[in-house]
Design a protein around this ligand. Structure first.
Ligand SMILES: *Cc1c(COP(=O)(O)O)cnc(C)c1O
Length: 363
């Protein structure tokens, strides 16, 4: 069913889709105001909740992650946002907050560095903030931030809500929303969840729901209060991408079957294989020790040793596999390999063997 002329994706999103997922999407259409839909919706909840680490309902938004990222700003920021910026996606969130007409300040670290919880504490201590945004796994740089450490700091400030983007970490590593006291966990589904793009999943705390209900100008499509009102009826505010919900149901079932712990362990192992390949060829991780993503690897090529576009093109031509040549301002000075989603030891080995073969012509 997949188009086998297109390369298999090892870019960090969208990632390769399982044939069973494509098949699930081809089920008959249904109306979304009725028992069939409600039963589909409710059947997904028990599997999704542990993935987000929450007892709260998980809302389904027909949008990419940015819809909910912008929605979080519009629903929650009344006084001022603090955006924790360490790469393309987290930097953009600061810009989006301003575009929404909100007051916003940022903590900016260099791309390739992680957010320091101490810095968050001193900034919040200045006062005036009501919302913090964090990208857990900064997909552009391969930096995985200290989610527990940052959440603990934000929780020292009871009036400040923490919004966390887990687009490229959800289900690859534990995300403990309730335990860590996170107010919003959100993810688009085309990265760590390995579904086609077009859907986002998110959950919000009671405090976030309460805040949203008091925030003017939050609009309709991403109104958290509307999501809650519909969720109690196992439904969505507007017509959802039902085919993607079929896919989500298949995916959540398969994750439950694999087991979350096993899924985390698999990601860790496959990520280790990429690290070993990287080191074997004398490359370094762009992310520092202790803050390296488990779902992708951003490889440092700042010395320009590798002709990244040439290498990627050659891998695609010879093996029909696709890597990513670096994001935004670190394009070419880094390149990225994803191990998220459905990959196995065998599929990663196949990739790394192909890279071994091609790289001899380049370094
Ligand atoms: C890809 C990505 C996004 C943006 O997702 P869209 O699907 O383009 O909305 C946001 N955050 C992170 C961490 C991402 O990797």
């Amino acid at each position: 069913m997949s188009q086998n002329t297109l390369p298999k994706l090892f870019i960090p999103g969208p990632v390769d889709i399982a044939p069973e997922t494509y098949e699930a999407m081809c089920q008959s259409m249904m109306g979304h105001r009725g028992a069939d839909f409600e039963s589909l919706y409710s059947s997904i909840q028990p599997g999704l909740k542990p993935i987000l680490g929450t007892e709260r309902p998980v809302y389904l938004s027909t949008s990419s992650a940015w819809g909910v990222m912008e929605g979080a700003i519009r629903n929650l920021v009344q006084t001022k946002a603090l955006n924790l910026c360490c790469g393309a996606f987290s930097d953009k969130w600061f810009d989006v907050a301003q575009r929404c007409g909100k007051e916003a300040e940022k903590i900016q670290v260099e791309w390739g560095e992680a957010i320091d919880p101490e810095q968050v504490r001193s900034k919040l201590a200045e006062g005036g903030f009501d919302t913090v945004t964090l990208v857990h796994n900064e997909t552009s740089t391969g930096v995985m931030n200290d989610l527990a450490g940052i959440a603990a700091v934000v929780n020292e400030f009871p009036d400040v809500l923490l919004v966390v983007d887990t687009v490229s970490s959800l289900s690859a590593v534990p995300v403990e929303m309730d335990k860590l006291g996170i107010d919003v966990v959100l993810a688009g589904v085309q990265k760590a969840l390995a579904l086609p793009p077009g859907l986002a999943v998110f959950a919000i705390s009671e405090a976030a729901l309460e805040r949203a209900s008091q925030t003017p100008g939050r609009g309709y499509y991403f109104d958290f209060v509307e999501f809650e009102k519909n969720a109690v009826k196992n439904n969505t505010p507007s017509t959802p991408a039902v085919s993607l919900l079929y896919a989500l149901k298949q995916k959540v079932d398969s994750i439950m079957e694999e087991g979350l712990e096993q899924r985390y362990a698999r990601h860790e192992k496959l990520n280790g294989m990429v690290h070993a390949w990287m080191e074997k060829h004398g490359f370094k991780n762009f992310a520092p020790e202790g803050y390296q993503s488990k779902s992708l690897t951003t490889i440092d090529n700042t010395d320009g040793r590798l002709d990244v576009p040439g290498f990627i093109k050659a891998v695609r031509q010879k093996y029909n596999l696709l890597l990513n040549g670096g994001y935004g301002k670190i394009k070419g000075s880094t390149f990225r390999i994803s191990n998220m989603g459905n990959e196995t030891e065998a599929s990663m080995q196949e990739l790394l063997d192909a890279l071994d073969d091609v790289i001899v012509d380049f370094i």
